[in-house]
Design a protein around this ligand. Structure first.
Ligand code: NAD
Length: 342
């Protein structure tokens, strides 16, 4: 089969012929239809180590159709459209057994611990994937896997947004815009912050009540506090930049919460006195538990959460490096790019 293989940092992916993966009795073989290009993949391309040493097939935001089923799999049939979550939890560790599967200590992420979805086929456990209803477009539906599910966990489980809450989302990219639409659906009045006017325009269409271009602000946190009468209940950082994490922290009201979704390996500086006196909470948010996927898929099925509008660019496997180049250049018209696997 054809696959885009990562060999070495700062080098383009190589399009190669590799064997079709073998599937075990509890697994299914999925013919990949779509696989999203995430900034996390870009982090790997630039040197963040993957757990499986290269060569590795990246790609963790996958949809497709069932090609074969293992002997022990009875829930799927050939041709079923399916969504593959990016992370499989072990269901046995302390965190899985206490309902915190997103921080499972034995978790396996496709396109990181093992080969992923920038390929024609992938073998995955039949117990960890979800059928997609016909109302969900198959290729664009791939972004539910991460770009939509990560915001669900951040908004619903970590922030526990309630109707009427005020929120700010720093970074309106593939994950951030979905944080805007998810927090809006959950009932929050959302301020969207970015540096690209095109993204702020889309944030408005997805429900943001106010937008701020950070480049136009001397003190963006102050501008957020002014718009929200003293600060927001919840600030989401969805970029992965120490400076914007600090800005997000300083955007919260007394008793507010900062949710860090963006990834950075760097340290952050936040004022401890502000945290203590104002009882500000700081929380990380990682991925999304499997138990939430059926609800998220239904939100897309019934049109509460949009996917087609978010997929602005599509690339074939042969063109995948062009997609990563655009993502790396922060092309402002690119919200989520998806590799279409023929
Ligand atoms: P993206 O590149 O699509 O979006 C980033 C956005 O931030 C862009 O719209 C960009 O214009 C904006 N931006 C950049 N600098 C800014 C600044 N100074 N002020 C305001 N806006 C600014 O990236 P993405 O795919 O949406 O991923 C966002 C982050 O989330 C990444 O760090 C990624 O690794 C991380 N991520 C985390 C999880 C998780 O489970 N926590 C899951 C997926 C992705």
């Amino acid at each position: 089969m054809k696959a885009a293989v990562f060999h070495s940092k700062n080098e383009p992916l190589k399009i190669e012929e590799v064997p079709v993966p073998e599937y075990k009795a509890d697994e299914v073989l999925v013919k990949v239809a779509g696989c999203g290009l995430c900034r996390t993949d870009l982090h790997y391309l630039k040197g963040l180590p993957t757990f499986k040493k290269p060569p590795i097939i990246l790609g963790h935001e996958i949809s497709g159709t069932i090609a074969e089923t293992g002997d022990n799999v009875s829930t799927f049939e050939k041709g079923d459209p399916v969504l593959i979550p990016p992370v499989f939890a072990c269901a046995e560790c302390f965190f899985c057994r206490t309902g915190r599967g997103t921080i499972c200590t034995n978790q396996v992420m496709v396109g990181n611990h093992r080969d992923g979805g920038f390929a024609e086929y992938i073998a995955v456990p039949g117990s960890d994937i979800f059928k997609l209803p016909p109302e969900v477009p198959l290729v664009e539906g791939s972004i539910i896997s991460d770009a939509i599910s990560t915001p669900y966990h951040a908004v619903v489980n970590r922030a526990q947004i309630k109707p009427g809450d005020s929120a700010v989302v720093y970074g309106c990219g593939g994950v951030g815009l979905n944080t805007v639409q998810m927090a809006t659906v959950a009932g929050a009045n959302v301020i969207a912050v970015d540096i690209a006017p095109e993204k702020l325009e889309l944030a408005k269409k997805l429900g943001a009540v106010e937008t701020l271009n950070a480049n136009d602000q001397e003190d963006v946190a102050k501008a957020v506090r002014k718009l929200s009468s003293g600060g927001v209940d919840v600030a989401f950082e969805v970029i992965g930049n120490p400076e914007t994490i600090q800005n997000a922290y300083e955007s919260t009201r007394w008793g507010g919460t900062l949710i860090v979704v963006g990834y950075t390996h760097k340290d952050i500086t936040i004022n401890a006195g502000r945290m203590m006196f104002r009882e500000i909470e700081v929380k990380g948010s990682l991925g999304c538990g499997l138990q939430d996927y059926p609800k998220i898929i239904n939100m897309v099925k019934y049109g509460k959460i949009k996917v087609k509008e978010l997929v602005t660019h599509k690339f074939t496997l042969d063109q995948i490096n062009d997609g990563f180049e655009l993502l790396g250049k922060n092309e402002p018209t690119l919200i989520r790019a998806v590799a279409m696997i023929e």
